[in-house]
Ligand binder design. Structure first.
Ligand SMILES: [Zn+2]
Length: 263
């Protein structure tokens, strides 16, 4: 199903040409030590969590974007993702090990634009190469995201919202696009989750996100992460499965679950 092709349309800029490998999660962001990872998840006792949905053996590498987009739009900003992930890991470890404060959240300074640009770029790339074989078309959901990744900071201001939440799981999740229905509200959503943070994009103003999520504005100077354990059962969203009057629609090739293999 996930065949490799040498040439195709880049899923960010649309140009036809040679494609290059993108790592999702980005390299440098999952080099946390096994000790930290196991320690945290043991403390919290939520791993392994049942994953409902599809599993993909090809997980973490996608040859779906051009070299220019890969290095200039993603690679150039991956350092900020790596820094944020390492810092949250440290803050969360301290929080659960020493209970240093009585707050339910931690926060850290971050460059919201650089962080979101890299994360959204990886969401666009993490899918089947089948998408690279088609002529690019403008869509209300993806075109603003592509323009934002290519450097237009205002491209998603009126079209998308961004959320983050604590993600205490070892497996990685990515879902480029799915539709989630909650009490009559139908929303298109994208998710990229790997320890210790989940990141999601939704249609503007639709407001479907799991309990404990923090809304991220591109003008934010700090990122706030809620660590309250009451939210853990929802942190695998959307793979925790819909309940009650909820429904989820997803294409298998766009939903990827993988496990860290390093260490
Ligand atoms: Zn490109």
């Amino acid at each position: 199903m996930h065949t490799e092709i040498a040439q195709g349309h880049c899923l960010i800029c649309g140009a036809h040409g040679r494609l290059s490998w993108d790592h999702v999660p980005p390299q440098g962001s999952i080099s946390i030590t096994k000790v930290e990872q196991v320690h945290l998840t043991e403390v919290m006792g939520v791993d392994p969590v049942p994953v409902k949905g599809v599993k993909s053996p090809n997980g973490s590498k996608f040859k779906t974007i051009c070299k220019n987009c890969n290095s200039n739009h993603l690679g150039a900003n991956d350092q900020e993702v790596a820094r944020v992930y390492k810092e949250i890991t440290k803050l969360a470890t301290d929080h659960f090990t020493y209970a240093r404060n009585h707050l339910d959240y931690v926060s850290l300074p971050f460059d919201a634009v650089r962080f979101c640009r890299a994360m959204i770029g990886h969401i666009l790339s993490a899918t089947t190469v089948e998408e690279c074989k088609r002529e690019p078309v403008e869509t209300p959901y993806f075109t603003p995201l592509q323009r934002f990744v290519m450097g237009d900071n205002a491209a998603i201001d009126s079209t998308h919202d961004i959320y983050c939440w604590f993600y205490p799981h070892r497996h990685h999740l990515s879902a480029k696009m799915f539709a989630f229905k909650n009490r009559g509200n139908l929303c298109t959503i994208s998710v990229l989750s790997f320890f210790p943070l989940a990141f999601s994009i939704t249609e503007k103003g639709k407001g479907i996100y799991p309990s404990g999520a923090t809304k991220v504005e591109l003008t934010d100077e700090r990122l706030y992460v809620n660590l309250s354990s009451g939210h853990f059962p929802y942190s695998g969203f959307p793979f925790t499965g819909p309940s009650g009057d909820q429904m989820m629609l997803m294409s298998n090739s766009q939903a990827i679950v993988s496990y860290p293999i390093k260490d």
